[in-house]
Design a protein around this ligand. Sequence first.
Ligand code: SAH
Length: 347
Amino acid sequence: MKKVDIKSMTLPRLEAYCIQQGLPKFRAGQIFGWLHQKGAASFEEMSSLPAELRKRLSESCEIPSIAIRRKLVSKIDGTIKYLYEFADGQTVESVLMQYRHGYSLCISTQVGCRMGCRFCASTLLGLERSLTPAEMLGEVYMAGKDSGQKISSVVLMGIGEPLDNFENVMDFLEILSSPQGINLSLRHVSLSTCGLVDGIYRLMERKLQLTLSISLHAPNDEIRSRTMPVNNKYPMDELLSACRDYFRQTGRRISFEYALIEGVNDTPSCAQQLCRKLEGLSAHVNLIPVNPVKERNFQRSSRERVRQFQKILEQHHINATVRRELGSDINAACGQLRRDDKGGKSC
Ligand code: SAH
């Protein structure tokens, strides 16, 4: 019989499970604390539970494992990149970055990705499978344990499309922010999407405190459809209208990611079109010189081009920052380490 993944259960679900198993409800709180506050990797460690219950749990439940397969530390800024391995041998990446306000961890939500963005290394091998809540939590807990640092923010910007793994990501966020767990406020969480409009509406209904980030990367449908196939399903006007609804409903400002690719989306005319598209959204734009991926033929925009682009946005009163590059010596861009490990090469 397949064992139940107990670490993926939210507290209410674990309570229901305990009751169903004829256990008192308070056992759920104890088990949850062991898993999510004390980081127990086995039932054996749960010393406040009776030995017989520990044995029973280990027969019917599992605590999914996660191991560090590779770890790279940047000599420039201390950024750490982890390649994690799960029980079935699948691997994903997380990146731990130090900022002035603390440590931020960028996590993966799927093994691979099926969104097909042309500039992204994570999608080259397609989607293998989605991650469970326990696996995403494992990325966070393991990075904290290995580095000895308190993780103060989490960004869902690693491999995968979080809104393509909606229910698991929601459960992950509920457990992550639970006061009986590590209690990380969703105000310190960002979720990045390539623009799955149905997912944005579903997320809106949850009224979460997190920051929604949209990977826009283009000022019009022609360029966006060329670089991001998702745009054929959800064109820009539909996406931006969902963003307006989201902002209106939740009162939370949306961030837009814009990776600048030389000669593709970085001209002054592109910047002006973008300003018109973002009107009324009180948007924040994050400009990122694109990371070259060997399999794809594109270059990052020059520093002057990036500055010029930023200036045009600012002239239109759109808040625009150029993302500081961290871990440039360890291939910190998402998807590249996993590719290398599987025998591919990227730069
Ligand atoms: N699927 C989600 C989250 C994962 S990608 C999304 O699309 O938002 C995280 C971010 O990295 C996205 O903004 C993505 O567009 C960007 N990205 C992917 N490849 C990149 C590259 N080569 N250079 C710069 N940014 C890249």
